[in-house]
Design a protein. Structure first.
Length: 141
């Protein structure tokens, strides 16, 4: 379904007996698909993704989300704008807390669109409860 939120009307004179009429429909942003790569990353490796708008009217606002929440840069994730149509995301050292769905949301006057990809991180095994040494007498439980 096509929903038009606003239309700009132009009327131009031409050399024909009928004036030309132009309609300028705002265009919803289109995001170029992105991934963190084909394979899972290992803990400590770097990760990056780039959200680029290939179509859509300016101005456009780009926002990164992790598991549905706006990314907090105190979590070791940095975002930065590259021009008017691109926003990058970078993690210098991926950790278990970085596992999840990363979504880029693009919004302009025509509407919004999202693209989501998943980041998986291989984390080495850790003790939940570290074992301790115990002494037992032979024949006891």
């Amino acid at each position: 379904m096509l929903t038009v939120q606003s239309i700009r009307f132009f009327n131009a004179l031409s050399f024909s007996p009928t004036p030309l009429t132009f309609f300028d429909f705002p265009v919803i942003p289109q995001i170029m698909p992105f991934t963190f790569g084909e394979e899972s990353l290992n803990e400590g490796e770097a990760a990056s993704a780039q959200c680029t708008i290939t179509k859509g009217d300016l101005p456009v606002e780009l926002i990164w989300y992790l598991n549905g929440r706006v990314i907090d840069e105190d979590n070791g994730i940095l975002t930065s704008n590259l021009g008017k149509r691109t926003k990058t995301l970078a993690i210098d050292s991926v950790q278990a807390r970085h596992i999840g769905e990363y979504t880029c949301r693009a919004m302009n006057s025509a509407g919004s669109t999202n693209f989501t990809t998943y980041l998986n991180v291989n984390v080495p095994p850790r003790w939940i409860l570290e074992p301790t040494d115990k002494a037992f007498a032979q024949g006891s439980d």
